[in-house]
Design a binder for this molecule. Sequence first.
Ligand code: BES
Ligand code: ZN
Length: 879
Amino acid sequence: MRADNAPVIRLEDYQPTDYLIDTVSLAIGLHPTETRVTATLALRPNPAGHAGASLALDGDELVFVSAALDGSPLAADAYTASPEKFVLHRPPQQPFTLTIETCVNPTANTKLMGLYRSNGTYCTQCEADGFRRITYFLDRPDVLSVYTTRIEADTDTPLLLGNGNPAEAGALAEGRHFAVWHDPFPKPSYLFAIVGGDLDHVEDVFTTASGRKVKVAVYVERGKRERARYALDALQRAMRWDEEVFGREYDLDVFNIVAVSAFNMGAMENKGLNIFNDKYVLASADTATDSDYANIEAVIAHEYFHNWTGNRITCRDWFQLCLKEGLTVFRDQEFSSDARSRPVKRIADVRVLRSAQFPEDAGPLAHPVRPRAYKEINNFYTATVYEKGAELIRVLKTLVGGQHFRRGMDLYFERHDGTAATIEEFIACFAEASGRDLSAFSQWYEQAGTPRLSARGRYDAGAKTYTLTLAQTTLPTPDQPEKRPMVIPVALGLIGESGRELPLTTADGATDGGVLVLDGAERTVIFTDVVERPVPSLLRGFSAPAILDLDLTDDDLLVLFAHDTDAFNQWQAAQTVATRIIVRAVDALHAGGTVQVPVGLAQALGHFLDARALRDPAFAAQVLSLPGEADIAREIGENIDPEAIFTARKAVRETLGQALAGKLAHLYGELAIDAPYSPDAAQAGKRALRNGVLGLLTAGDAARGEALARAQFDAATNMTDRLGALSVLSLVAGEAREAALQAFYDRYRDDPLVLDKWFALQASIPEAGTLERVKRLLSHPAFSLSNPNRTRALIGSFAMANLTQFARADGAGFAFVADVILQLDPANPQVASRLSTAFRTWKTLEPGRRAHAEAALRRIAAATPLSQDVADIVTRSLA
Ligand code: BES
Ligand code: ZN
């Protein structure tokens, strides 16, 4: 069905089901092409539904085999069965069992939804609506059932895993065997999973706070066992953290994680049986970067944390997706903050929010954190639901305070455990725990768009007062022309020009705990006893997802950069100054002038590096990493010319690299590590800064930088250093680059996850030749559009991380990506659809490029057949 005529699902139309399914008993006979699924459902009329209604179960591409009611075959006129639906016309009005047999072909399943095979391993992906590709069901999150799963397979598939606890297993005749799994916790169908395969594993025993023993295990392809150890360790640290910070224990006897190479997403929280993209499991010093390790830790924690926020308490409907995703992202962010550096993690998270969510919120795909309508739910696993959703939890915590936040969480777990909840129910727990009215806060869930927060300050030296006026506006978004003010907690401080933090005194105690709450369009506060002219430090720690518009001078910002006690705002001040300089450089280039870099920034960076680089290298690496091209594009906002931004940014880096050359060279030597590799935050911080230093140094002095990069590449003992050097080398056209790329390929030709890095790096080269290179790589023997990781590495990187080449002036970049989307769509619409979101900022481009982007989008929209997934994205993008 085309999205333009697909039905719109609306939040306001929510109705409970007419029937409930208390238990599900599944018998699955695994076979490569004809897997038999027998589902026995214990049903009863839902007291909250319509009495006497027919029972319509969802299906998707199912082959119906047979059906029985309470054990007796159904008469032909009692039901209708199609690939998309099973309808029982006159269900009994007391409890009954329905047994339905279906047949599915996992080998032919290229959509990677439902039951499929990844490198021979049988696995499943059911969220959001994949269970209906396995058997007919009320495939929606508010139908909670207790599942028992019997899996049968040939003995060459020795490992058979299911949800819950293992119940029974044994040998059968004719080279077959079976395993039975029972999950005592009622769950929605999207959390169902099985795995069948021949895998290696690592395991351990985790003892919970109350003394229960849990067998934890991570399953990976044979030969990769050692690469699973870090994931197993991260899992146990996450389990302990959730006990300590949220008081939540694990609840089953086993917790299994299985890594597969073909996976549409990052990972999935199936009850007791998480299934992961192996990119978020496998790690060794030689194959994974420090960022890979950090991502593995975060994703393992995220999926584990879902056990309470998502599984024990799930979502009433998919409009409530942020109830589990935003909250769980918040929880994994907090876990990583505690495991590593809090300010550095905050900076990294805000970078993600700004680069992924802000453009979404400012473009045609904007939607509220809790959307009101959708055509294709798989298109709503967005940065808005996830990242902005996590920010709203942080805003809530700031508003009610840490203690009330924890009490509200406890109340939520207590009150809603075992149910499917809503955002209203969640917020009510915090209103009750804190005794506050949170109705204004809840508007954040309803209104799309990023508020712009402007701050204007005036110092009266005679009266020693500082008057600060904060105001907010939000631009219109699709379907929401009028905007209301949001409740914005503005964490703030005042820094004197001398560099010291000034006390916050107001007549009415307006800045409780350093937080000023703006809950209307505008608010003015007067600070008294301000003994020197202050520079305001606003939105400390990025206390709300807003765009801050400050009337500070560059010199004011450099005061904050040097002296702010809030590390986030220190970093922010340097970023803001650098952004201004690059934007001015873009203007200068457009006016036919040359790029000027004021000495102030270089000097300030120099002082900063002297004082902090060796003391806090991870933070220094964030400071040294200047705003990217997309950051500058967002700041400019419209009529974007990516080439001009690229040239201006490059020139600014060149100037800074030259101005700081001596310091950088010295630091590069000082930051070398001679201890054995460890992915811990301390070592990772040093490597991040050293690679950043190498990049800036090379920007200032290409010959010297390349020599260092070449030496680093040859001597590297870990992937972070090797890839860091290679990416510096990749920026300089010539034989040295090609030789390094070839050497890297030769070393890792049998390692798919490392080859992904090799494809991604080449697709990201900001040069006119890159499109041809990417087209050539499409026919490389190691490339395949049927592996999502490979597709994202080559095509995703080109479309999302190479602005100048994707948005080439001649439109060839857009046309190429459109071709790939159309080629991929019939096989895997979800991956094709995600790729098509690369066009989400097309309206901000200058007219020539805009026209090319529009033509590419129109060509996709006009194609037949076109999946509902892609049609939905391109139609909304064009609107
Ligand atoms: N529940 C999701 C996985 C998912 C996403 C299933 C979309 C179906 C459709 C899982 O918990 C998740 O959020 N995974 C993220 C990674 C996470 C660390 C944010 C993912 O897969 O990108
Ligand atoms: Zn999640």
